[in-house]
Design a protein. Structure first.
Ligand SMILES: C[S@@+](CC[C@H](N)C(=O)[O-])C[C@H]1O[C@@H](n2cnc3c(N)ncnc32)[C@H](O)[C@@H]1O
Length: 270
């Protein structure tokens, strides 16, 4: 991997470690099965996870791991390379059903027997995600599924015109200045959500179906999460599908979730 990619990769992991140590709870809609269903739709119903052996790559503070447990997963492998592993261990509801690994995604052991692997909001923060997709392929059983959720390019035009230049600055800011900026941006966001009730504004679906249901604390976390990580990529439909097809997955399906992001699922051939 090139030096710049390596620096970006390590810095992003460090950024998230610090983020989750500060924003360390998973309360409310942010950590709910209702939100999990919204992410998985239209490909998997949480019921289908019951009794399955699964992994999550990039577990952060553990909300998806707890959602998988609530859906009835038999066992969850939780992969988190950052210092957030401490928060993850603390937040897990049924530790006897979870194995936490402090490793990067590409180091996921080649179990070869997992039914599902999930990676929600992670691959777009990895400069070279191909080795992670390859590791997921090896860890699944034949016929097992890999579901990823990624930031999208299409449907995000106005937002990207705002956030990309802003991130040049914000990803370098120390926590206390960034937290102050989040506070400043929070109030226009609330106003924007209110306008979305009356007007067909960009990102209306996401504002009303997801962000509005979050607590004020979690809305602030989401703004912080957009501005903080060193590396973030916004995927086109073509790039999102290619990620899994290059990784030898078949039967790849893609969904433009709330018109701004991609949920993609692929199957390891039997
Ligand atoms: C936006 S957070 C998503 C956390 C969790 N999936 C969720 O939805 O709440 C991205 C996570 O990916 C982790 N991550 C970053 N680089 C990674 C890598 N190379 N391999 C595995 N995880 C990584 C970060 O440490 C961070 O916790």
């Amino acid at each position: 991997m090139e030096r710049e990619q390596l620096d970006n990769k390590e810095q992003t992991i460090k950024d998230f470690g610090e983020q989750w140590l500060r924003y360390d709870d998973t309360e409310g809609y942010f950590g709910s099965l209702e939100l999990f269903s919204d992410i998985l739709l239209p490909f998997i119903k949480p019921d289908e996870i019951k009794g399955c052996s699964v992994a999550e790559i990039g577990s952060g503070s553990g909300r998806i791991v707890n959602m998988l447990l609530e859906a009835g997963a038999k066992h969850v492998i939780a992969v988190e390379p950052s210092e957030a592993i401490e928060v993850l261990n603390r937040n897990i509801r049924n530790p006897e059903k979870v194995t936490c690994l402090k490793i990067a995604g590409e180091q996921l052991p080649a179990y070869g027997n997992l039914d599902y692997i999930f990676s929600i909001g992670v691959l777009h923060h990895i400069p070279d995600p191909v080795p992670v997709v390859e590791a997921a392929f090896k860890a699944l059983r034949p016929g097992g599924h890999f579901l990823i959720w990624l930031y999208g390019k299409e449907g995000n035009g106005l937002y990207l015109a705002f956030i990309i230049p802003l991130r040049v600055l914000t990803k370098r800011l120390p926590h206390f200045i960034l937290a102050f900026l989040v506070e400043i941006l929070y109030w226009p966001l609330i106003l924007y959500i209110k306008f979305c009730h009356r007007l067909p504004l960009p990102l209306r679906g996401y504002m009303r179906s997801v962000l509005e249901k979050m607590s004020p604390k979690k809305r602030r976390l989401i703004i912080y999460d957009q501005l903080n990580p060193s590396y973030a990529k916004y995927y086109t439909r073509f790039e999102a599908k290619k990620l899994l097809s290059d990784g030898k997955f078949v039967n790849i399906r893609i969904h433009h979730r709330h018109g701004y992001s991609w949920t993609v699922i692929g199957t390891k051939p039997s």
